[in-house]
Write a protein that binds this ligand. Structure first.
Ligand code: GLU
Length: 263
């Protein structure tokens, strides 16, 4: 199926896409991005967001110089930042007459029977033409107790599977998957399509993410495995150029597309 035909689209927005290195909002980019997402929504796409940025925005607001390492400070930053994140989405989408809703998940909710409650609520929000914004509930999902998913690439793939999306779109600070690390190797080539995630693909995806977020290419490959196994295509696209979203839905070759496996 062409990308233009895909209707239900989960869009993952990373901290590095939404914020400057200071942890404060990248207003120019956020304005462009939300205008285009609102336009796609108006064109009939069912847009569902998975947004990072709570901890980054919390750090910015609390004037912390780096991402906290201890759990209580991380929780505090997320508690402050999640408000600011939703306030931003609420105000920005309101400019286009679109209502948003917050859904905070934890690993425990995803793994036990209560997930049906989330599905019921999600469906009602879709019926009401609302854009849901998912994030992990970072104030209660604690790493030490192994209760957290920990990064939103994998969370976005779990959400895509939960809502039976047609496409998972991961907006990142890189154009897609490269044959080698483009920050180190000048001749690295962008890989336009990945049909199967094999050992070679896994080996070129190693490495860590940016200073404010938690993801890197490895977590994106993990997300691609979850999404494609659930029969959902996934695309990695550069979030610093929001106009690429139009190219993608015009079926132009942008980013890296991971093909869904037969269900
Ligand atoms: N849930 C985290 C936040 O909102 C983001 C995790 C990630 O960076 O992937 O800050």
């Amino acid at each position: 199926m062409n990308i233009s035909e895909k209707k239900r689209v989960v869009v993952k927005l990373g901290s590095s896409t939404l914020t400057h290195k200071t942890g404060r909002l990248n207003l120019r980019r956020v304005h462009n991005l939300i205008r285009i997402l609102a336009d796609l929504h108006n064109a009939g796409k069912e847009i569902i967001l998975v947004s990072s940025g709570a901890i980054a925005l919390g750090c910015g607001k609390l004037r912390l110089l780096e991402r906290p390492k201890d759990t209580p400070t991380k929780q505090a930053a997320a508690a402050v930042g999640q408000c600011e994140l939703m306030d931003m989405y609420d105000q920005q989408f309101a400019n286009y007459g679109i209502t948003v809703a917050q859904i905070l998940l934890t690993k425990t909710i995803l793994e036990n029977g209560r997930i049906q409650n989330v599905k019921n609520c999600f469906q009602r929000l879709m019926d009401m033409n609302v854009i849901p914004v998912f994030n992990e509930n970072d104030t209660v999902a604690i790493d030490e107790l192994e209760l957290e998913i920990g990064e939103n690439d994998s969370l976005s793939a779990l959400v895509a599977s939960l809502v039976e999306a047609d496409l998972l779109l991961i907006l990142s600070d890189i154009d897609g998957l490269y044959s080698e690390d483009p920050r180190r190797c000048g001749d690295a080539q962008l890989i336009p399509v990945v049909e199967h995630i094999d050992a070679h693909i896994e080996s070129i995806a190693g490495g860590a993410g940016s200073a404010l977020g938690t993801g890197g290419m490895a977590t994106k490959i993990n997300a691609a495995k979850i999404a494609t196994a659930a029969g959902i295509d996934m695309v990695i696209l550069n979030g610093s150029q929001p106009e690429l979203l139009y190219d993608l839905f015009d079926d132009k070759p942008v980013g890296t597309r991971f093909l869904a496996q037969p269900r």
